[in-house]
Design a protein around this ligand. Structure first.
Ligand SMILES: [Mn+2]
Length: 346
């Protein structure tokens, strides 16, 4: 499978198409596509050009427990039509569910069993020219996605991988400063190699990301020690006010684009304002609107190939009317529309 990328050179190359469009035109096309998908010949052709081969992964676990709390999110999104929506947009979707590899459940061990499964599944998808999209109970599933991007691409030279992380929280705690004992509050710290190195090294392909390759968007609820760790790190942090400001987002993405070739987009759904509906029990005020998140994602896509994405931390029990669910489904569709396989762009 890994050697087969040359067989795809006759297929449309989304990055080339993007490059021929003036600033903002792709975003405008995407907006129009949503309203006017199947109308004229031009639109139909556009839908073919933009269709993406997707691997939709589900990791329905929260803190080692299956299907409860945020672990119920992935199944709820699929039950609400996540896969069907992508297919209706012309995307070719293959579904995968990841499961722990041992029968014993323990937060730390089970989390890394899942990360390893995510890494292997997503790497195979990438090698096959697919864009892996992960629906995860916990944020740190992105460790597996980053590992896949680092190892699963057969491009030469190797592409530099970066990360845009949308979250109400910093996820930048480390074991010695974590006042909560919640492993998933450490996901971004793991990604940059600040903790759990022995375990992250068991995730096939994973290497800690240099901190300057990370843009944290919308974080507003950090513990004191976590905040000082973040402020003295090289991670670029856009709190809610700059995250709502298009120029600030553009500047943050530009800075990131100088250091990387492809990006993973991570969205903890609690980056949104809880007035939509709380995404989970950790929801915090002063969040972003769905439109602000879409704008920021489009800004990322206008400057960088989005090679993969995670939607995490959706607890349906906080969302009886399904408003955050629909927000998540819209965002998943946007990500699939904007994402591109690096195996085709290389
Ligand atoms: Mn998070």
């Amino acid at each position: 499978m890994r050697g087969s990328s040359s067989a795809r050179t006759s297929r449309p190359r989304p990055s080339e198409i993007t490059a021929r469009l003036p600033d903002g035109a792709l975003a405008e096309l995407m907006r129009r596509q949503r309203a006017d998908w199947t109308l004229r010949e031009g639109s139909a052709r556009l839908s073919r050009v933009m269709s993406t081969a997707v691997a939709l992964l589900r990791a329905p676990y929260d803190s080692g427990h299956r299907g409860i709390r945020m672990g119920a999110g992935p199944e709820a999104l699929v039950a609400a039509g996540a896969t069907d929506r992508l297919r209706a947009r012309g995307h070719d979707v293959r579904e995968h569910e990841v499961e722990p590899t041992s029968p014993w459940r323990a937060e730390l061990r089970t989390a890394f069993e899942l990360h390893r499964q995510i890494a292997t599944t997503a790497a195979a998808a990438l090698a096959d020219g697919r864009v892996p999209l992960l629906l995860a109970g916990n944020c740190s599933g992105t460790i597996g996605m980053l590992a896949a991007l680092q190892a699963g691409l057969t491009t030469t030279p190797r592409l530099r991988v970066g990360l845009v992380w949308f979250d109400a929280h910093g996820d930048f705690n480390t074991p010695d400063i974590d006042p909560w004992g919640f492993l998933d509050g450490q996901g971004l710290a793991m990604a940059v190699g600040r903790c759990w190195q022995a375990l992250t090294s068991t995730v096939p392909g994973f290497a800690p990301l240099p901190e300057q390759r990370v843009l944290l968007v919308g974080a507003r609820a950090l513990d004191d020690a976590e905040e000082s760790a973040l402020r003295t790190s090289r991670v670029t942090w856009l709190p809610p006010a700059p995250a709502r400001d298009r120029d600030a987002v553009r500047a943050g993405v530009e800075q990131l684009a100088a250091d990387i070739d492809v990006v993973h987009v991570h969205v903890d759904l609690d980056v949104h304002d809880p007035s939509i509906a709380p995404a989970n029990s950790y929801a915090e005020p002063d969040g972003l609107t769905a439109e602000q998140v879409h704008d920021a994602v489009q800004q990322v896509a206008s400057q960088l190939p989005i090679a993969s994405a995670t939607l995490a931390s959706y607890d349906p029990s906080y969302d009886p009317a399904g408003r955050m669910r629909d927000t998540a489904l819209d965002l998943l569709t946007l990500l699939a529309n904007l994402a591109t396989s690096p195996q085709q762009t290389a």
